[in-house]
Design a binder for this molecule. Structure first.
Ligand code: GLU
Length: 309
């Protein structure tokens, strides 16, 4: 195993002068208040070693990273029939694009673009009230991270609800094709709240550990999903986890990853570790600019790419 603490410290100091680069998401007003110079990184290995740097213990809005957890829950409830409602192909379009949805008659391309995650929220609801579904998601993430303190930031949820015009458009569009089982307001209530989960890099890296360890959290001993499912979720993260920047992320980093507009990225090095980075400035695809660079440096220094050393 490479000297991970040394590598994390080196990444931290190399990127220090570049902090603040990129554009902080401001279409959700509450996210615009975040200090653009924040940077955190945490690695949790499958043996339980934790290595971190910077603001790794400050909670931030995980936004779309939560889509990995809701997909895992939906697959647990509905198994392969999940794929009747959402596809498994990279979209090649922006995270909130509506154009593709029209061509594909309300069946979103994949579970990680907004439309796809809205369809997944509908599946997680499964006849329950939004409050129950939101409670279930929070409990699930706490269980994954083995941390009871994880919570939703109600201000972010409210801010999304108030300004989520495009997400309302996407959900209404799907409803018009008869693709939602629950009322639009219920589905979006679930969606906005899971996007508003606040977590630290350390918590996030713990919560992704099951994906690095064939479906079982090696620290708690909990089997979360069968190994085949973990592999498949990783495949989706690799191909679809960074919106229309997924190809670039695979090229540069070579690890399954999921980004969020809060500036976080969760990356999985199968058999090795789960890694979370946070830096709020985004690139033109809506992925953390400095966070992607940090992961690129990590993959270079560790040889952890799934495509070979
Ligand atoms: N809650 C955000 C939205 O729906 C998620 C987008 C993201 O993190 O990429 O717009």
């Amino acid at each position: 195993m490479p000297d991970l603490q040394k590598i994390v410290d080196e990444i931290y100091s190399k990127l220090k002068p570049r902090r603040g680069e990129g554009k902080v998401a401001d279409y959700i007003p509450q996210l615009a208040h975040v200090d653009p110079k924040k940077f955190g990184m945490a690695i949790v290995t499958v043996d339980g070693e934790v290595h971190k740097a910077g603001d790794a213990d400050i909670p931030f809005s995980i936004q779309s990273i939560s889509k990995v957890f809701t997909l895992t829950l939906a697959l647990g409830k509905h198994g392969e029939t999940t794929w009747n409602r959402v596809g498994r192909e990279p979209s090649g379009s922006a995270f909130n694009s509506i154009v593709q949805l029209e061509h594909e008659e309300g069946k979103p391309r994949n579970p990680f673009i907004n439309a796809g995650a809205i369809a997944v929220s509908d599946l997680v609801l499964a006849g329950h009230t939004p409050r129950e579904a939101i409670g279930e998601i929070v409990r699930f993430v706490r269980y994954l991270a083995d941390d009871e303190t994880i919570a939703i930031d109600p201000e972010v949820a409210k801010s999304e609800q108030a300004t989520g015009y495009r997400n309302f458009a996407l959900a209404n569009f799907m409803a018009s094709f008869g693709k939602l089982d629950h009322p639009v307001e219920h589905v979006l209530g679930v969606y906005f709240h899971h996007c508003a989960l606040a977590m630290t890099c350390t918590q996030l890296a713990h919560s992704g550990l099951f994906l690095a360890a064939a479906g079982k959290n090696p620290l708690t001993g909990h089997r979360v999903v069968p190994s085949q499912r973990a592999r498949r979720i990783n495949a989706l993260m690799l191909t679809c986890g960074h919106y229309d920047g997924s190809g670039d992320f695979a090229y540069r980093v070579g690890l399954p990853g999921k980004s969020g507009v809060g500036g976080g990225i969760l990356a999985v090095a199968p058999g090795k570790a789960s890694v979370a980075v946070w830096s709020p400035g985004l690139n033109h695809n809506g992925n953390s600019l400095i966070g992607s660079l940090a992961l690129e440096m990590l993959a270079d220094r560790t040889g952890w790419s799934v495509f070979g050393q």
